[in-house]
Design a protein around this ligand. Structure first.
Ligand SMILES: [Zn+2]
Ligand SMILES: [Zn+2]
Length: 318
């Protein structure tokens, strides 16, 4: 069944390419608009993909893939918080600050007061043991910015056991519809009505909105991401805030950045950098651009930026 779907996608693509190639000489590239359908066979075992009818944000009545996913099957989750200030980097995850990725090892926790130039940071006891949330209640309460001072100076982690059986359901158009105007993500300013999630990795894990780092730090807590850029909350489950190259990739044969998933509008999402180590220099305000092979697609932001893409240039499911 999956091969059959891939074949259909390929045929659709070839038809589009041959159709457009007739008029290639007298139209600029962007007008040609190669459209690449979503390939449902790229989603990994552990995700369930079905086709449903849907209406997109621009009024297009079409079909969408309904993707149901739980936790990633292609890499481990965690660790997030080290136990002691002598622990090495393998005992913890990462923290994102000012565009940089920092290992959350014991030394990082030990030096928080210096790192943030604020003597209120002290996340370990006289033995060097780090204050880590150790129950589901604690991980929920400590992640709430309105919580009282008793959760100050905690390294917050919610572990996979708290979300056993939790699934998320995503709807993305089977064929993306490019729009002239970009749509802002929900929560990004007045009038922003787009989806909250940026997209989905091939393992079904969401590329999330920016983590609310200011709130987290304001409560003198750290909620690290694992080396894959993900962490857990009990409502969303496991989700990514950075693309670190840990999830399934589709390598491109032409030196282009590898594909890592789909945006909420069905356009492909690729790694930030092409194989030559450079970010494409023609990205639009959403971090997208077009080429003849991939059609319109996005390149994610740097892993340290706590951001994937800035907006959508395609219709999405409301
Ligand atoms: Zn998060
Ligand atoms: Zn590209």
């Amino acid at each position: 069944m999956k091969k059959f779907r891939s074949l259909l996608t390929l045929i659709t693509l070839l038809m589009l390419v041959s159709f457009y190639s007739c008029s290639e000489d007298d139209m600029p590239d962007l007008e040609l608009g190669t459209v690449v359908a979503v390939d449902p066979s790229l989603f990994l075992e552990g995700t369930t993909v079905t086709t449903v009818s849907c209406t997109l944000s621009d009024g297009t009545v079409t079909t969408c893939y309904r993707i149901v996913a739980g936790t990633p099957t292609d890499h481990d989750m965690g660790p997030w918080c080290p136990d002691n200030i002598t622990d090495g980097e393998e005992a913890g995850g990462i923290w994102l600050e000012n565009g940089e990725v920092y290992d959350v090892d014991g030394e990082f926790i030990k030096n928080l007061a210096t790192f943030y130039n604020d003597q209120n940071w002290l996340m370990y006891d006289a033995n060097g043991d780090i204050y880590v949330t150790d129950s589901e209640d604690d991980c929920i309460n400590a992640a709430n910015p309105n919580v009282g001072a008793e959760y100050r100076n905690y390294c917050v982690e919610c572990i996979p056991e708290y979300i056993t059986g939790l699934t998320q359901t995503w709807l993305i158009p089977t064929t993306p519809v490019k729009l002239t105007n970009s749509a802002s993500f929900a929560g990004m300013g007045a009038g922003a009505s787009g989806p909250a999630i940026r997209g989905i990795a091939f393992n079904g894990v969401e590329f999330s909105a920016s983590a609310p780092v200011d709130n987290i730090l304001g409560a003198y807590t750290i909620a690290p991401f694992d080396d894959a850029g993900g962490h857990i909350n009990v409502h969303q489950g496991y989700h990514y805030h950075a693309a670190t190259g840990a999830s399934e990739q589709v390598i491109q044969g032409d030196g282009h950045a590898a594909m890592i998933g789909y945006a909420a509008d069905g356009h492909g999402i690729y790694e930030q950098l092409n194989n030559d180590g450079n970010e494409p220099d023609d990205l639009d305000s959403c971090r997208g651009h077009s080429d003849d092979i991939r059609g319109y697609h996005y390149h994610v932001d740097a892993p340290g930026s706590n951001n994937f893409i800035n907006c959508l240039y395609g219709a999405y499911v409301k």
